[in-house]
Structure formats: structure tokens, C-alpha cells
Design a binder for this molecule. Structure first.
Ligand code: PNS
Length: 162
């Protein structure tokens, strides 16, 4: 059985992430979606909110686990006895992803990174979603419904200004 860890900030999860997860399920038996707890970076959503949005977005898929981790990703992979890190690749991501994959390889030769090409949502990122939503833009087509609900809640005062 091949398990992959799909780690990220997921602040919040987008349809781009969701498409990587669906494609990942074609290749891997199980996927652990793992949210990084980064004390140095305050996100829009708390870790609990991010986990809740991911759980609601993936629904009842039994091959997906949703978890949180802190510290090094390769250490978390070792703890979980997983040898694959899954990453989505969008235009412009290549250099930073290559650096990250090789740093992880340097830190632990037993963990490999596998990339899945971004699909139609290649232009979507969590930061662009937050920026657009904060300015009243309609992002309902690029995030799962549970995320849209939470974004509306966060930016309620701004949306209600008309
Ligand atoms: O959603 P992101 O911000 O692209 O995810 C990046 C993430 C969480 C996968 C990466 O920052 C990470 O693995 N952080 C944990 C710390 C770590 O292992 N750093 C060394 C890898 S270069």
C-alpha cells in the first residue's frame, strides 16, 4: 500500500488543492492531508478551522486522513512511516518546489517528492483567494463550498457593505 503525505498551509484549502488530492487518489492508496502548524505565521484561519474546512471538503472519502504537524515534514513522514510527499505543481512553482524537494531529500533520503500537474485551477492560490474575497470578489468557483461559507463569515462586514 502506498501512502502519500500532502502537506501545506491550506489557509484555506482551494479547488486547486482538491484537484491534487483527487488526482493523488488515482496514484496512491491513501493520502494524509497534513496542515503545518507554523507558530511564526499567523494565517487568516486557525489550524482548527483549516482542518474543519478540509474535512468538510473531502467528505466521507475513507482513503483520506486529515492531520496536523509541526517541525520538519520529513520527520513527520518518518513518524507516519510514509515515504512519499505529494505536491501540486503550478506555473511558476518549479524552482521553489525543486529547492524544497531537494532539501527534504537532503534531510531524509528515504522520502521522495512526487508532483502532480495542476489542472484548470493552476491560477488559484490560497493567498489570491483571500485577497479577492477580502475585496468582495466572487471566489465561489475556486474554493469548496465549506470554504466559501467560512470566507463569507470572515469577511461578513465587508460583503454586507453592498
Ligand atoms: O502550502 P505551502 O505553504 O506551500 O506548504 C509548504 C510546506 C508546509 C509543505 C512546507 O513549508 C513544509 O514542509 N514545512 C515544514 C518545515 C520543513 O520541513 N521545512 C523544510 C522543507 S524545505
Amino acid at each position: 500500500m502506498t501512502i502519500a503525505i500532502y502537506a501545506g498551509s491550506f489557509d484555506p484549502i482551494t479547488n486547486g488543492h482538491m484537484s491534487v488530492i483527487s488526482s493523488g487518489l488515482i496514484v496512491f492508496d491513501r493520502i494524509i492531508v497534513a496542515v503545518l502548524i507554523n507558530p511564526g505565521k499567523n494565517g487568516l484561519f486557525s489550524i482548527d478551522e483549516r482542518l474543519q474546512m478540509i474535512r468538510e471538503s473531502v467528505g466521507e472519502e475513507p482513503r483520506i486522513d486529515v492531520d496536523r504537524f509541526d517541525g520538519l515534514l520529513v520527520e513527520y513522514a518518518k513518524k507516519k512511516d510514509v515515504r512519499v510527499v505529494l505536491r501540486g505543481l503550478r506555473t511558476g512553482d518549479f524552482e521553489s518546489e525543486l529547492r524544497m524537494a531537494n532539501m527534504n531529500r537532503h534531510l531524509n533520503k528515504g522520502v521522495e517528492t512526487v508532483f502532480i500537474a495542476a489542472n484548470d485551477y493552476f491560477f488559484v492560490s490560497s493567498s489570491l483567494v483571500k485577497e479577492a474575497a477580502s475585496l468582495g470578489g466572487n471566489v465561489s468557483d475556486v474554493v469548496p463550498a465549506p470554504v466559501m461559507k467560512m470566507l463569507e463569515k470572515k469577511y461578513a462586514s465587508r460583503f454586507n457593505k453592498g
